[in-house]
Design a protein around this ligand. Structure first.
Ligand code: BG6
Length: 486
């Protein structure tokens, strides 16, 4: 039996992601019979009013869930309740305690989908009311801190009330199917491992481009920026999985032990390196998919003279034996030309071509792991075009087994919620990973603060500032979309 208490139960994340994820788990029979869902927030709402919101969220964001139906929704709403809770009012927690179905076998999951300033007051109250003992777990949403110091303080405070194995720091990118497939690809096959190092790999590119702007989160985003919103967490988590050594087994800590070593080995930039190896940008007005869109500085909640970055590109390096000298090009941005999250492993070129000069420039072999919009793994190789003479072209070996499998596709939040309910920490971030990630980000943030000239602008609907292309071009490399096939 599981009780799921969602703080921030009326917020944007709850509406768009968490309620749809719970509903999908419910209709697919993944929640036990006695499952209890309590949405908690400061607003005064009746149970019925909250159920109406849950129902609206399902209608908007979960209408395509396989197996969903009005009957299933009605059954889900039966399990749903609302609790008005103010983090500073102890009596509210007393009432919450009264509505929880507790038993020895009960696992209670508290999900803090709120701002980080509320985390500690909520956990403190939960602890004072004896609610985080036994099988209780707490999921905390990013951003966890603004820099290494504040993250450390939050972690220390959480640890005053909870054991590390009760803390589930969520990074929803780790719940994406392809991220886990990457672990399978790397550690369940023999042919990639001998190639997975500085001897055979030219560079690694990890790019997450979005078409959306800051939506209704202008104020939050302006205090955060792309480096904290996307690089510190999602991009560095992907780097750690691509670059990690084989773990001793697939247990959560064995995997996280290897990931944290990568994060610690990331080469920390001096201020001079920050100016040479990072590019930051902010979007101007433009058009995305043919539709005009406003500039970042004109977005609601954003100050007109804001200097916050909505785009980041970085040439990162990992100082260890496997990766020394291999650039990891990281890029993310809002209002870009297309929505795409992709990891590209570019292998080194052949040492010499026997096929003569008529072939044009040969792009070397590459492995492309697409997380979205479609999930796929493709290995690009050269082959001869059919017909007279030898003309080479790229052929993609599609390594994706998704088509061959009838398994249900599980969205990342659903997977992670279920993992947390089952006590599986593998896809959650440990405190030392978080500290190591911030320790790499801090010098970049600091150098940017002292360099007011460094923010470039880019037109909404483009691939970011030209400087991001130059970052690679000066080393003879290019982003995936910039290649012109020979
Ligand atoms: C969130 C960021 O963590 O990830 C958002 O706060 C961003 O700004 C989102 O839009 C992207 O997630 P996805 O899964 O849509 O790529």
């Amino acid at each position: 039996m599981t009780t799921f208490v969602l703080f921030g139960g009326t917020g944007d994340l709850a509406k768009r992601k968490l309620i749809p994820a719970l509903y999908s788990a419910f209709v697919n029979g993944r929640l036990d019979q006695h499952f209890q869902f309590i949405g908690a927030a400061r607003e005064a709402l009746s149970n019925d009013e909250y159920r109406q919101r849950v129902s609206d969220s399902v209608a908007h964001y979960a209408s395509k869930v396989t197996g969903g139906s009005p009957e299933k929704l009605a059954a889900f709403l039966e399990l749903t309740q609302y609790a008005k809770i103010d983090a500073r009012v102890p009596e509210d927690f007393e009432k919450l305690k009264g509505s929880l179905r507790t038993s020895d076998t009960n696992a209670t999951l508290f999900y803090l989908a709120t701002g980080p300033d509320i985390f500690i007051p909520v956990v403190e109250q939960l602890s004072k009311h004896g609610l985080v003992e036994g099988n209780a777990r707490v999921v905390v949403e990013k951003p966890l801190g603004r820099d290494a110091q504040s993250a450390k303080e939050i972690n220390q405070s959480l640890r005053n009330y909870l054991n590390e194995n009760q803390i589930y720091r969520i990074d929803h990118y780790l719940g994406k199917e392809m991220v886990q497939n990457l672990l399978a690809l790397r550690f369940a096959n023999s042919f990639l491992e001998p190639l997975w190092n500085r001897k055979w790999i030219q560079d690694v590119q990890i790019s997450i481009s979005e078409q959306v702007g800051v939506e209704s989160r202008g104020d939050f985003y302006d205090h955060t920026g792309a480096l904290r919103d996307m690089v510190q967490n999602h991009l560095l988590q992907l780097v750690s999985i691509v670059a990690m050594e084989p773990p001793v087994n697939a247990n959560p800590d064995a995997i996280r032990d290897e990931k944290v070593k990568v994060l610690r080995a990331l080469h920390k930039f001096t201020p001079d390196e920050v100016s040479k190896k990072t590019v930051r940008g902010q979007y101007r007005a433009g058009a995305v998919d043919g539709q005009p869109v406003i500039a970042y500085q004109a977005e609601p909640g954003v100050p007109p003279a804001s200097r916050t970055e909505t785009f980041v590109a970085i040439r990162a390096e990992i100082d260890n034996w496997r990766w020394a000298g291999v650039p990891f090009y990281l890029r993310t941005g809002k209002r870009m030309a297309s929505r795409c999250a992709e990891i590209t492993i570019n292998f080194k070129p052949i040492p010499y071509s026997i096929f003569g000069k008529n072939q044009g420039p040969l792009r070397s072999n590459r492995l492309v792991i697409s997380l979205q919009p479609e999930e796929s793994v493709q290995l690009y190789m050269k082959a001869k075009e059919p017909g007279e003479g030898i003309r080479l072209s790229d052929v993609a070996l599609n390594l994706d087994f998704a088509e061959a499998s009838n398994s249900r596709r599980v969205e990342s939040y659903e997977r992670l919620l279920l993992d947390a309910m089952h006590g599986d920490l593998t896809l959650f971030v440990r405190d030392d990973e978080l500290s190591a990630a911030w320790a790499w980000i801090d010098p970049i943030m600091l150098a940017w603060q002292n360099d007011s000239e460094g923010l470039k602008s880019y037109i909404a609907g483009s691939w970011g500032p030209a400087a991001a292309s130059y970052l690679l071009a000066q080393h003879g490399a290019a982003w995936g979309e910039e290649y012109v096939e020979g």
